[in-house]
Design a protein. Structure first.
Lengths: 70, 353
């Protein structure tokens, strides 16, 4: 059972990978499909592993990640 | 105005409006799209004209028209878009039209990709269109510098009646930093040459024209352009030089890579090595005099660029064989990482590279 719900505002993501780098569980990756601007936005591989620490949301320079505790 | 957190692209746009720009023409392209989006939102509120052109070529001629009529006009694009705008730029130089042109550069050649790269150095500093000309070119390294240089670019453009180019790489365009948008310091100057219908007596005309058929007439225009460039080059050289007087290695970098190089300098200092940095802020004119300050016993100069090495040619012309020149670069949109520069510089210092 997932501890958290992650929402990405993918159209604003520029694929800088700061969240990917700093995720302690290493469950964030860049998607294989681009957004409208042409960037590969972030997505989550295994939401069940998420511990809702919020590090990704804190790291995101464009504030596109919302973390909600379930 | 208080500091705000803004993207480089937004700061460039906000500073242009604050500097009194009344017209924007452009065509969207990543990674500068936030600039045109900001203009679409804010320019009409400021009472100005925002128009999305059907192409980059069209946008550059809209700039030609508005500038020729005396408006403070700006356009922005990214690398392949600037290649398309070159025709309009050389026409603006010939017709002596002031304008500010922004290039938030991306990966090339061709359509390349949307990641930051600095491979437009030649196109931006050599006069990318036909004919004998250069135009002023500035390279900001922070969001604040983006805003400050736009303000100044408008004044320079008006003073010399030339297009002024700002070359920010895609990383600065996308990066958020606190920035203070300053109000314009100088009032827009009167433009008695403008084809606005208001400056001439009955029977006389102000003409904006990029074609001069008589040989002597065109030669005279070329001399006027060269005289303007000479005066400009003597007054607007900008650079930052750090610890070059006693450095064993001098790094040369502009834009984002210069920030990585500052970290390299910090690390070198911690380990007792003497590194210096020259950061050109004006790319045309290239700050040749900065290289005269370098320690005569300096072992090597390293050009650090997010390209396959273009600025290295200007460094060669500035150094004139006094020091060996090395190159460190990444391409394809890959960033310059301080650790990689540092280990390369140590190899150079040890005679291994």
């Amino acid at each position: 059972m997932a501890k958290a719900k992650l929402t990405f505002d993918t159209e604003k993501c520029k694929g800088c990978e700061l969240c990917v780098t700093f995720c302690p569980k290493k469950i964030l990756v860049l998607d294989s499909e681009t957004n409208a601007k042409g960037y590969y936005p972030v997505t989550v591989t295994d939401i069940d592993e998420c511990i809702a620490c919020g590090t990704c949301a804190i790291m995101c320079p464009d504030s596109i990640i919302t973390v909600e505790k379930e | 105005m208080a500091k705000k957190l803004m993207k480089g692209n937004e700061a460039l746009a906000a500073a242009a409006i604050a500097a009194g720009a009344t017209h924007f023409f452009g065509y969207p392209i990543t990674p500068q799209s936030e600039l045109i989006e900001y203009m679409a939102r804010e320019m009409p509120k400021a009472g100005g004209c925002f128009l999305q052109a059907e192409s980059e070529v069209a946008a550059s001629y809209m700039v030609y028209g508005a500038g020729g009529a005396g408006a403070r006009v700006i356009t922005s694009t990214s690398s392949p878009g600037l290649a398309l705008k070159q025709e309009g730029l050389t026409y603006m130089v010939a017709a002596q039209i002031p304008a500010v042109v922004i290039n938030v550069s991306r990966g090339g050649p061709g359509l390349g990709n949307i990641l930051p790269q600095q491979s437009d150095y030649f196109m931006c500093t050599r006069g990318g269109g036909n004919g004998d000309y250069y135009h002023p070119c500035f390279a900001p390294a922070s969001v604040q510098e983006c805003a400050d240089l736009v303000t100044e670019a408008f004044d320079i453009a008006d003073k010399y009646r030339m297009p002024v180019l700002i070359l920010a790489d895609g990383l600065i365009g996308q990066m958020m930093e606190p920035v203070e948008i300053k109000e314009a310091t100088e009032k827009p100057i009167d433009k008695p040459w403008a084809a606005d219908g208001g400056h001439v007596k009955r029977g006389e005309h102000n003409r904006i024209n990029a074609m001069i058929l008589p040989a002597d007439g065109l030669e005279e225009l070329n001399h006027v352009i060269q005289a303007k460039l000479k005066d400009y080059s003597e007054n607007y050289v900008r650079y930052e030089a750090i610890d070059v007087e006693d450095a064993d290695i001098v790094l040369v970098a502009y834009g984002t890579p210069s920030r990585a190089c500052k970290n390299v300098l910090k690390k070198a200092k911690e380990e007792g090595l003497k590194f210096g940095l020259i950061r050109p802020i004006s790319l045309y004119p290239f700050p040749k005099e900065a290289f005269d300050k370098i320690n005569p016993n300096c072992k090597a100069i390293i050009s650090v660029e997010q390209s396959c090495g273009q600025m290295i040619e200007d460094i060669r012309l500035s150094v004139l064989g006094k020091f060996p020149i090395k190159f460190f670069g990444r391409t394809g949109g890959n960033p310059i990482i301080p650790d990689a520069v540092y280990s390369y510089a140590k190899e150079v210092l040890g005679g291994k590279a």
